[in-house]
Ligand binder design. Structure first.
Ligand code: ATP
Length: 841
């Protein structure tokens, strides 16, 4: 049909036997030496084969938090601050006691276990032919993928849009806190669940509302204090250029001043207590607040940093009105003041804010990290600091983000001009001044540090913090990461060392395909990538590999920053079937249609781009914001322009989803033609996925070993067992995909129009509007006085109206029953025709 085949000639008996397994063998598969070669090749695979994967739906995805839960103690959670509000002059008034519930580590059981559900094998033969197939336009050295902007413009973006907050609370980690008197009196403890492992932090809308309410209370209180101060002391100007202490407070305001001073006293008390910072890292931003943590079991580095930031800011806020020695023009204070004032100007670029906040507190940017978008945003506190306990990766991010947010969320002056921000930034980067500011407080001086490679990954000079391992494939590890602009991504890391050059080339090709598929919304989007071994990449790209049969000796990695998918289809199916098993229900056809259509559309996208995926399986369809997207082009192949097939070099896919021709790829069929794979191979895999969606297992799952699978899949006479389904179209659809002969398999455009997906509209199936039925009615109307003719008409009508009543639905699915029905219908038609002809004469 597609003309793509150099197909193996089917055996003389093309009709499959009804027996479960036929002993008749197919072409090359039948020969024992051939079989042996396949098996040997399979075990010579380039990807680690590992154990043979079972066909059971066992999702492979694991989300493992990097560190233990204990580190979460002390994380601070704080409300989003309205940008408008943050523009106000704000200082923290009174901060209340943090009460933390015991945080729970994400229950490993609740996370899908990582298993390998199917083995990937190497094809029977390995040509090793490497050709340069990259587009000329594609040059990974020159091409710089557009970086996602790290700029968060608060004018345009909601810092934490409620719409991004998922309604459910994840139970993985909960930090329960109250903000002291305020909250206690309201009886409203705020619960915040920070999900480390999953796509984003989930905060119940209620919790968020409460958080915001509490925060706004605090901010209001602080604002009130400041406003009081402003009222009382006109010298406390917005720009803060001439802040003086209590000198010159007019007598009528003395009482109010006393109140304010009392509040400030509380505030100082609070500052003398340890402070805990925690953050909510959402999909697009992090918000931070500071809460008093007298009950916190221990301080973390986060705490330390936050405390220091907060202390600096707060002291400025307090010193301004209360300390006669405070002089904003004095160098350290001016620097500090301007620096923080700058950070409070949250309009504009968040990254610089972050960097600044961190740097002003901790870090001195080095040449090495200066070029990062995030610059010094991810700082690390000296590990042997007495304040530090084992802090998680997220803590560190929170620390950095929190610092920024804490700073940016608080303001004690009117927004500082951009210029002064820049000044402040530059000044804050001067180590001497910073040291002076820090030592003035008697705190231990943190040392500057580059990033910790265990926690951070740098791709193209941009830092990403690891949040946990999502999964690992045959060739890669995939981590959930967060970028400096707080966007969650998946980072695929492929180790090159020890791999053969052909395989390394294949990995580079994945980058090429993903680049080619940019902007296609049903394909996972590549955000950035880096191949650390430039020489190898250059060799591969230029097609000048001298030792293409050799292996990569040097340590090299491919990093791919990808759009993040929340869950893959394998997990979805596993969950679905778990629910179905418990309820004794069958699969919901609408659910099936919904996802099947998306699967088809995604594969159609690559087929239109002349790419054959070759490893289609449920684990390679990811749910991203509600839509399925295709991933893993590790062994995909481009179809050359002069052919419709691809030549397989090495890896050919995952056993349970592999087409017969994929097993025999590059072999010769009985006619001496080379067996090739093309789009129909992907269709077979789709058939296996559909089968799995319908029955909860793959078509050959009962065949456990490679050997038996190989035998049965390559056997053209093997009849796949299809269990009963309510909708005959569904059965038909599966058969259309799982036809052994690849030429008989439907192509995607046809599948997208299959009656299962596009059921005939009622008018088409309503017999009364059917033309044949109308004709019958016409005939019946003209021979009401002819008993025989009327009887025949009525039999025909019955057959047309509902043939199923004559036979049970199961029999109707059998071809012999269908034939019987048709012959009965045609006999009635002939008799009626004869009868009418006679009666007319
Ligand atoms: N962008 C992503 N977002 C979320 N999870 C992802 C993403 N990419 C990959 N994963 C997870 O990591 C797993 C392995 O990824 P992938 O299939 O790309 O790796 P691989 O080494 O090519 O694996 P395979 O052995 O299947 O070929 C996936 O099954 C999926 O669960």
């Amino acid at each position: 049909m597609d003309g793509e085949a150099n197909l193996p000639v089917r055996p003389s008996n093309p009709i499959r036997s009804t027996g479960a397994t036929s002993s008749s063998s197919s072409l090359s598969s039948s020969s024992p030496p051939g079989l042996l070669r396949h098996v040997q090749a399979a075990f010579k695979r380039h990807r680690p084969l590992g154990v043979m994967r079972s066909n059971d739906l066992r999702p492979r995805r694991t989300l493992a938090p990097l560190r233990e839960a204990s580190r979460n103690l002390g994380q601070a959670v704080v409300p989003t601050v309205d940008p408008k509000r943050s523009q106000e002059a704000v200082s923290f008034g009174k901060v209340h006691t943090l009460r933390e519930s015991v945080p729970q580590t994400k229950n490993i059981d609740s996370v899908m276990k990582e298993t390998q559900d199917d083995a990937t094998i190497t094809p029977p033969s390995f040509s090793g032919t490497i050709t340069k197939s990259f587009d000329d336009s594609f040059n990974p050295f020159d091409e710089r993928i557009r970086q996602p902007t790290s700029i968060i413009d608060y004018k345009e973006k909601d810092p934490m849009p409620l719409t991004h907050v998922e309604p459910q609370v994840d139970h993985s980690k909960k930090v329960q806190f109250s903000t002291g008197e305020n909250v206690a009196s309201q009886g409203a403890d705020t619960r915040v669940a920070t999900e480390l492992g999953n796509s984003s932090c989930h905060i119940s809308p209620l919790a968020l509302t409460e958080m915001e309410w509490n925060a706004s209370n605090q901010l209001d209180a602080s604002t009130a204090i400041n406003q009081e101060l402003k009222h009382q002391n006109p010298q406390i100007t917005d720009s803060g250029s001439n802040i003086r202490s209590d000198v010159g407070i007019p007598p009528p305001l003395a009482k109010r001043t006393a109140v304010v001073q009392d509040q400030l006293h509380h505030f100082r008390n609070f500052l003398s207590q340890p402070t805990t910072l925690s953050s909510v890292v959402g999909p697009s931003c992090a918000t931070t607040t500071s809460v008093n943590s007298t009950s916190a079991p221990m301080l973390s580095s986060t705490t330390y940093t936050a405390c220091r930031n907060l202390e600096e800011i707060s002291q400025l806020a307090v010193e301004a009105p209360g300390d006669a020695n405070f002089n904003p023009e004095s160098e350290p204070q001016k620097n500090r003041y301007r620096s923080f004032g700058n950070t409070s100007g949250i309009v504009g670029d968040q990254a610089p804010i972050t960097a600044q906040a961190s740097s002003s507190c901790m870090d001195v940017p080095t040449e090495d990290n200066k070029h990062d978008l995030s610059k010094v945003e991810l700082v690390e506190v000296e590990k042997d600091s007495g304040f530090r306990h084992d802090s998680s990766a997220e803590d560190k991010l929170i620390q950095a983000k929190g610092s920024a947010s804490a700073v940016s969320n608080m303001q004690y002056g009117v927004p500082v001009s951009k210029d002064s921000s820049l000044d402040a930034k530059q000044e804050s980067l001067q180590p001497g001044k910073r040291e002076k500011a820090i030592s003035g407080r008697g705190a231990s001086v943190p040392r500057k540090k580059n990033y910790d490679p265990d926690l951070f990954v740098k791709v193209n000079g941009k830092l990403y913090q690891r949040l946990g391992k999502i999964g690992s494939g045959g060739s890669s590890e995939v981590h959930k990461v967060i970028s400096s602009d707080c966007t969650i991504y998946a980072l695929k890391k492929i180790k090159l060392k020890g791999r053969d050059y052909a395989t390394a080339y294949g990995f580079c090709q994945e980058i090429e395909y993903l680049n080619k598929l940019k902007g296609k919304n049903n394909i996972i989007q590549l955000i950035d990538f880096e191949v650390t071994d430039k020489t190898l990449l250059h060799e591969v790209m230029s097609g000048s590999m001298n030792n293409k049969d050799g292996r990569v000796k040097d340590d090299g990695y491919i990093y791919m920053v990808l759009e993040y998918g929340e869950i893959d289809l394998a997990h979805m199916l596993s969950q679905k079937w778990k629910d179905l098993d418990n309820s004794e229900q069958t699969i919901d056809e609408n659910w099936l249609r919904f996802y099947w259509q998306q699967i088809l559309q995604a594969v159609n996208t690559i087929h239109e781009e002349r790419i054959v995926h070759s490893d289609l399986k449920p684990a390679n369809f990811l749910l991203v914001k509600g839509s399925l997207k295709l991933i893993d082009f590790g062994i995909a192949k481009a179809i050359m322009s002069d052919t419709t097939n691809i030549q397989r070099d090495s890896q050919v896919g995952t056993l349970s989803y592999m087409s017969p021709e994929a097993f025999m790829c590059n072999e010769n069929d009985a006619n001496g033609n080379v067996i090739k794979c093309g789009r129909p191979s992907d269709i077979w895999s789709l058939g296996c996925i559909l089968y799995q969606m319908v029955y909860g297992r793959t078509p050959f799952s009962e065949y456990k070993t490679f050997w038996s699978k190989f035998k049965v899949i390559t056997d053209p006479n093997h009849e796949i067992a299809f269990g009963p389904v309510n909708n005959p179209w569904l059965l038909d659809l599966m058969k259309k995909c799982l036809a052994w002969d690849r030429n008989e398999r439907w192509r995607i455009p046809q599948l997208l129009k299959h009656p299962f997906l596009v059921p005939p509209v009622p008018s088409q199936i309503c017999p009364h509007q059917n033309h044949s039925y109308k004709l019958l009615e016409l005939i019946a109307g003209t021979c009401t006085d002819d008993k025989d003719a009327s009887a025949l008409c009525s039999q025909l009508r019955q057959l047309l109206e509902d043939p199923i009543v004559l036979l049970d639905s199961q029999s109707l699915k059998s071809r012999s029953q269908q034939c019987m029905l048709l012959s009965r219908m045609s006999k009635i038609c002939s008799r009626l025709q004869e009868h009418l002809a006679i009666s007319e004469r």
